[in-house]
Design a protein around this ligand. Structure first.
Ligand SMILES: [Mn+2]
Length: 391
């Protein structure tokens, strides 16, 4: 069993309150100077989301809207949050309460009174009390506020980082088991099942995205999720899988030979991707432009690909992109591809969490290698949340 020192993974009511306060302040600021009539629509209306049909009368497990969760910590469906600095109660939560029949079939839900105690909003009402006119909004303004919320989400608090460390620990535990399970004749889905087993049995919500278990030529399919092929000796298998713990994602990729060890060409490609990942991670610190990480990756991979005679000119990006065609990484948080960080224009800020995942894909040789860790940006450098996993 995995042991961990931190056992409190909750986000305090005060923290939720201060997030909402920042959004209310933002709304007030952009309201200033607008015509009185337009001012009335300067508010944010967020929905927690609706259950989605899987088939007939069966639903997918409900997963709350990420912005809604960020502002409230509330996780039930059919709720509406209104942030309106002009209102008597600037933070209003409308929830769907369970009737007798729902309690019999689905169990209890929050009530107006239990939610009033638990969540840091000013007032809670039943969703039936929500009036149509409360939902009239200015779409462009909504977008502006959402963009602001995403900029807040990009910088993680210490409570959020604790949760993300745990999400990584669980994913590391799952990935660590894989080498022992690999041999020719095993199906990709058997590995997927073991990953999901660890995620759930360690208290994660489950996966943070459907696991990719891609052997042989599938390793070159970037978003392969069929996971239905039998693995063969001599193949590589690429495993890109993460857990969602307390609604925060981890996102880790490792590559192994299905049986025995890498052949020479697989080893060359693997070593080059690893070298690239190490060199990119090494330059991470607050103040560095995000696009410098991408440029660093192109330069290390370009040089290596030229040395290995895959390409003629390391400075010809089109040649390099034939083998490395995706981004070096992305922001990570409540969403696995978290919003709020533009990797072309943004500067790294202390508290951002990003993935670093260089890859090379030699399709004609069925060699796909990507190595991915989750990195916290600190003032003087970085913390690698995935440091506990071999590569
Ligand atoms: Mn990723």
């Amino acid at each position: 069993m995995l042991k961990t020192k931190i056992t409190d993974y909750s986000i305090s009511k005060e923290e939720y309150k201060s997030r909402c306060k920042k959004v209310l302040d933002f709304i007030s600021q952009v309201t200033e100077g607008k015509a009185e009539s337009a001012k009335d629509l300067r508010k944010l209306v967020l929905r927690s989301g609706s259950e989605q049909v899987f088939s007939n009368d069966v639903h997918y497990p409900f997963r709350v809207n990420s912005d809604f969760y960020y502002l409230t910590g509330f996780t039930e469906s059919e709720a509406v949050l209104i942030l309106d600095p002009k209102a008597d109660n600037p933070l209003t939560l409308y929830i769907k309460q369970a009737d007798e029949n729902m309690i019999i079939w689905e169990g209890e839900r929050e009530t107006v009174s239990s939610a009033t105690d638990k969540y840091s909003v000013d007032v809670v009402y039943d969703i039936k009390d929500l009036k149509d006119e409360d939902l009239i909004l200015d779409e462009a303004f909504q977008e502006k506020v959402l963009k602001f919320i995403h900029s807040l989400r990009a910088i993680k608090s210490s409570a959020e980082l604790n949760i993300m460390r745990r999400a990584n620990e669980i994913a590391i535990q799952a990935h660590s088991m894989i080498p022992d399970l690999l041999c020719s004749g095993v199906y990709e889905y058997e590995i997927e099942a073991q990953l999901n087993n660890v995620f759930r049995s360690q208290g994660a919500n489950g996966w943070s995205y459907p696991a990719i278990v891609a052997s042989g030529k599938n390793s070159c399919i970037l978003h392969y999720i069929k996971n239905n092929q039998k693995m063969m000796a001599g193949d590589l298998v690429l495993i890109d899988a993460g857990a969602e713990f307390n609604y925060y994602a981890s996102d880790i990729t490792r590559v192994f030979p299905v049986e025995g060890s890498f052949n020479d060409e697989q080893r060359d490609i693997y070593d080059l991707v690893l070298k690239c990942q190490e060199e990119v991670i090494r330059i991470i610190k607050a103040g560095i432009p995000m696009n410098l990480l991408q440029e660093k990756a192109f330069s290390v991979l370009g040089e290596g690909l030229q040395d290995l005679k895959y390409i003629k000119d390391k400075n010809n990006l089109d040649e390099v992109k034939k083998y490395f065609m995706h981004g070096i990484g992305h922001s990570l948080g409540i969403d696995v591809h978290d919003p709020g960080v533009d990797r072309k224009t943004d500067i790294l800020i202390e508290g951002m969490v990003i993935t670093i995942e260089p890859g090379l894909y030699v399709r004609e040789r069925a060699i796909g290698v990507r190595i991915e860790d989750n990195i916290v940006v600190t003032r003087s450098g970085y913390e690698n949340l995935t440091a506990g996993l071999n590569k």
